[in-house]
Design a protein around this ligand. Structure first.
Ligand code: XMP
Length: 326
């Protein structure tokens, strides 16, 4: 549409003005925000953009591979994958407090970037450019909820806003900071990104780390990934992706409940489905999913993921509940 083209033109012009002949680096998270931000910056400055995917080990099933293949095929961006799962898991060992988890993941994320950043700075120096630029897919609602808006209180510390070390010689480029999610998707479509990326549900920067209630361990991630993949596949198969804003699947890792399977008693974990409908994530309502879809998800998860013996549905709106559990 005219207004989407207008947004693209405006942002491309702003990026060129800000970056000039400099070089930029962009972290790809697997989500639509960073994918669209990077595509905008690439349109503005071409191959002076380098994308980095920090694989923090907290991604959903097959997600890293999808960025590596689909996104790169669609955009042709230069992508470097930093495989850092061990670093994040060690830092998260023994940690259960949600804000502490978020801070640790945010901190490690920045550290994991340092090697790539250093390279961009070196390249910039070789070009005679003074600084490097760091592209972030920060949206308008992120800024408001992180206290960047006028008079807004900090609700949760979003790891993609602020928190950068002061001595970092990078200037932030945030081409989405005036946009809401639906506008970001339209911009992505207009830029030719595939629907698999543009239509993707929002996924938090801290990833599955804040969807495991309790300590994050490799085994718990393995459990959650399989359950989440089943829930997402069934939602897509039911043709309901467009009607659901996102559906976090949350593992209550410190809770056990008694069940029965075959002849035996089981003692497994409950998992929570949190399907919500929303316009911009600032408010949300729980999605009234068809009961036969819920039954299919529940049957498949309890049959296919042996550690889970109970599936529960979150029927809380936002407010008072946030979309994520942590
Ligand atoms: P809440 O849980 O605050 O989530 O209702 C609102 C929206 O933001 C996503 N979310 C995050 N996104 N970094 C992100 O990039 C984060 O730290 C983060 N925490 C929550 C959440 O999935 C929902 O779409």
């Amino acid at each position: 549409t005219w207004s989407t083209e207008n947004i693209i033109e405006r942002e491309v012009t702003k990026i060129r003005e800000q970056v000039g002949e400099g070089r930029a680096i962009c972290g790809l998270s697997g989500g639509v925000d960073s994918a669209v931000a990077a595509a905008l910056v690439q349109r503005a400055i071409g191959d002076r953009l380098t994308c980095v995917l920090v694989d923090h080990g907290l991604m959903r099933q097959d997600e890293v591979e999808q960025v590596e293949q689909d996104y790169v095929a669609a955009t042709g961006v230069n992508l470097h994958i930093a495989r850092e799962a061990d670093r994040f898991l060690s830092a998260l060992a023994g940690v259960t407090d949600p804000e502490t988890k978020r801070k640790i993941i945010g901190r490690e994320f920045i550290r994991a970037f340092e090697a790539a950043e250093a390279q961009v700075l070196l390249d910039a120096k070789a070009d005679g450019a003074k600084v490097g630029y760091l592209v972030q897919g920060t949206l308008y609602p992120d800024i408001v909820e992180s206290g960047g808006g006028e008079g807004a209180a900090t609700i949760k510390s979003h790891h993609n806003v602020g928190g950068l070390p002061e001595d970092l010689e990078f200037e932030l480029v945030e081409p989405l900071r005036e946009l809401f999610k639906d506008e970001v998707r339209e911009v992505g479509r207009q830029l030719g990104l595939p629907e698999t990326i543009v239509g993707r549900q929002p996924f938090p920067g801290p990833g599955l780390g804040i969807r495991i209630i309790g300590e994050v361990t490799e085994h718990r991630l393995y459990i959650l990934r399989r359950a989440d993949a089943i829930a997402r596949a069934e939602l897509t198969a039911a043709g309901l992706d467009d009607q659901v804003w996102q559906m976090p699947v949350v593992l209550l890792a410190d809770v056990h409940s008694v069940g029965v399977q075959g002849d035996g008693r089981t003692y497994g974990h409950p998992i929570v489905l949190r399907p919500v409908s929303s316009e911009d994530a600032m408010t949300a309502d729980w999605s009234r999913l068809p009961s036969d879809l819920l039954a299919r998800i529940s049957n498949r998860i309890t049959n296919e993921v042996e550690e889970i013996n109970r599936v529960v549905l979150d029927v809380t709106s936002k407010p008072p509940g946030t979309i994520e559990w942590e």
